[in-house]
Design a protein around this ligand. Structure first.
Ligand code: PEP
Length: 251
């Protein structure tokens, strides 16, 4: 049975620990542990430890929104993959367009992926085109480049451990989700790219997510029609009721 990933990216929200606890508990209380569904929440770093203490029944898996690419040392302000692992994180988002906009390039992203795989954490590599690139029909080229550079020198045996999140930048936080039929074309292209670049034969093992203005009304269509393995959810993951509706739609 293939798992469906429902991953909430809280970004820089909420602004207090008590709000973070309330949101987390209202989700934790209502969901059941299901073999078929992996519910992941990626809160800001500072909430990871307190939320891990509240994770009754381990129904939610914790993830982080980023990592640094060195293990430890004189790197003021950084948080390493070893630290994230120690706190119980299993997943780490890398290459989110909001991080790319603040300086993360493909080389840095590649270094982060290497350290995560070394620490046995699952990288969620975000890729996707801007509105301008889409209009210029450069989507495939951009995605291929981001996969090629992001996964440079990753050993073949680790490639299926990486989750790919297709997040067209123009669809993030805009209420303009990418139509499921376009996401289907992209998800097929991503699998083809894995065989073309890395010679993978069984590309159905690669988990692909869609992210960009997902809500309770459209969530299921992406899994059913675009045949992705799950969703990366920003603003809808900050509203307990909406996020729960999305999760329950897969029960
Ligand atoms: C995101 O930033 O990863 C995201 C998908 O945001 P939203 O769901 O708000 O579009």
């Amino acid at each position: 049975m293939k798992k469906i990933f429902i991953i909430g990216n809280w970004k820089c929200n909420p602004t207090s620990l008590s709000e973070a606890k309330n949101l987390f508990l209202s989700i934790n209380k209502k969901i059941k542990k299901k073999r078929k569904i992996e519910t992941v929440i990626c809160p800001p770093f500072v909430y990871l430890y307190p939320l891990a203490q509240l994770n009754r029944g381990h129904k939610i898996v914790l993830g982080a929104q980023d990592t640094f690419f060195e293990e430890k040392g004189a790197f003021t302000g950084q948080v390493s993959a070893v630290m994230l692992k120690d706190l119980g994180c299993k997943y780490v988002i890398v290459g989110h367009s909001e991080k790319r906009a603040h300086g993360d390039n493909d080389e840095i992203i590649n270094k982060k992926i290497h350290i995560l795989l070394k620490e046995n954490l699952t990288p969620i590599l975000c890729i996707g085109e801007t509105k301008e690139e889409r209009e210029k029909k450069q989507t495939f080229e951009k995605i291929k480049y981001q996969i090629q550079e992001g996964l440079r020198k990753v050993a073949k045996k680790y490639l299926h451990k990486v989750i790919i999140a297709y997040e067209p930048i123009w669809a993030i936080g805009t209420n303009k989700p990418c139509p499921p039929e376009s996401v289907l074309t992209i998800s097929i292209f991503i699998r083809k790219t894995f065989s073309a670049l890395f010679g993978l034969k069984k590309t159905d093992k690669i988990a692909i997510l869609y992210g960009g203005s997902v809500n309770a009304d459209n969530a299921k269509r992406y899994v059913e029609e675009a045949r992705v393995n799950g969703l990366l959810i920003g603003s809808s993951s900050l509203k307990a009721e909406e996020f729960l509706k999305i999760i329950f739609s897969f029960y």
